[in-house]
Design a binder for this molecule. Structure first.
Ligand SMILES: Nc1ncnc2c1ncn2[C@@H]1O[C@H](COP(=O)(O)OS(=O)(=O)O)[C@@H](OP(=O)(O)O)[C@H]1O
Ligand SMILES: [Mg+2]
Ligand SMILES: [Mg+2]
Ligand SMILES: [Mg+2]
Length: 339
């Protein structure tokens, strides 16, 4: 059966791979490659094993092109070992062993184009790669599209504290860490600690006054125009400075009310991918929030691997959305007339 339980199970398994790969080789850039590929191979393998009677379609970020080169043989072997060690640690997969060829095949089954018909899994095996490398926020993001609509989403955020990050960039200093958010269409959004099985229902903030609102944006200035979000929030009357964190952890944190607004304005020419927003979008929406493009249109996940959207992505609660949209419109007009 497709469902939240399976999604959580898979995502928790993947988290083990990431922890192992992080420990194995810390100081060069390769761990992220190992973790990205290992995570994608594992999700793909387990989904296919658990759902043998379904036609399988996966839209995922990575492909095996680089891993098939001669010089990548050692990396491929490390990924294969990680995947096998993780499978061996799970009762129901203890007898499964993947060859390097099986791993390449599992990674490449993420090449689907998605679209408006049928069911497609959507995976970002590590979202926020740069955050992962810095030891900051990252997420494993898995969603399910049905006839072009996101119906299920899970976001594992291994470095996200249980305590609010509403006023804190990246990490507060203490407390429990590692949160999993999941949402099923029409059934709300839940959060649990990654090492626990008791979940609580979460809701976006009810704040109506922008002066009380804090806002999230990308940590990386290359991923979102910080000047523009600053102009928008100033117009709106937001007093707090931006909280800059990597990855879809922003959507997770927003869904439990840590902040009130998420603004994302990529530089000209960048095309957003569906795996960077599908899970985050349903997690926020089912928690009572609203996710739109800069023109106020809902995100359309039915167009293939890319989101075809107007200018940027804005997220907030229903009360703040009309005034936020107006501030976005005014700031974009100002920006256009100053060029
Ligand atoms: N130039 C540019 N503009 C906008 N977005 C880009 C750009 N380049 C990459 N990406 C995508 O951003 C994903 C992570 O972005 P976030 O903004 O959520 O986090 S971050 O603070 O920027 O790290 C990141 O996801 P991962 O590749 O999964 O890490 C990318 O898909
Ligand atoms: Mg990503
Ligand atoms: Mg990624
Ligand atoms: Mg990437």
């Amino acid at each position: 059966m497709l469902g939240v339980k399976l999604t959580i199970h898979i995502i928790e398994k993947v988290q083990k791979v990431l922890l192992q790969s992080d420990v194995q080789s810390k100081s060069d850039r390769s761990p992220v490659t190992v973790a990205d590929y290992g995570s994608q191979a594992l999700v793909s393998f387990v989904l296919q094993r658990e759902l043998p009677s379904e036609p399988f379609s996966l839209v995922a970020e990575e492909d095996s092109g680089d891993l098939r080169k001669d010089e990548a043989q050692e990396t491929l072997e490390r990924i294969t070992k990680l995947v096998n060690d993780t499978l061996a640690s799970d009762e129901s997969y203890a007898t499964s062993t993947l060859s390097t060829e099986d791993v390449l095949r599992a990674i490449d089954s993420g090449k689907s184009d998605g679209g408006s018909h049928g069911r497609h899994w959507v995976l970002d095996p590590i979202d926020g790669t740069k955050g992962f490398l810095r030891g900051d926020q990252y997420a494993i993001a898995l969603a399910l599209l049905d006839e072009g609509k996101v119906v299920l989403g899970a976001l594992a955020c291994p470095n996200l504290p249980l305590a609010s990050i509403g006023g804190v960039n990246q990490h507060p200093s203490q407390g429990e860490v590692g949160c999993l958010f999941f949402a099923n269409i029409g059934a709300g959004t839940y959060m649990q600690l990654l090492n626990s099985s008791s979940a609580i229902k979460v809701q976006v903030t009810a704040i109506e006054n922008p002066e009380e609102a804090s806002f999230f944006e990308s940590y990386e200035a290359a991923h979102s125009i910080h000047d523009l979000s600053s102009s928008i929030t100033k117009k709106l009357g937001v007093k707090a400075p931006p909280v800059r964190i990597d990855s879809q952890a922003k959507y997770g944190a927003l869904s439990r009310g840590d902040g009130a607004i998420y603004l994302r304005f990529p530089h000209k020419g960048y095309r957003e991918k569906i795996w960077d927003h599908a899970a985050g979008c349903i997690v926020v929406t089912e928690a009572g929030g609203v996710v739109t493009d800069a023109a106020g249109n809902p995100l359309d996940f039915s167009k293939g691997r890319y989101l075809d959207l107007d200018t940027g992505i804005i997220v907030t609660n229903q009360k703040l959305m009309p005034s936020l949209l107006k501030a976005v419109r005014d700031s974009l007009e100002e920006k256009a007339s100053s060029l």
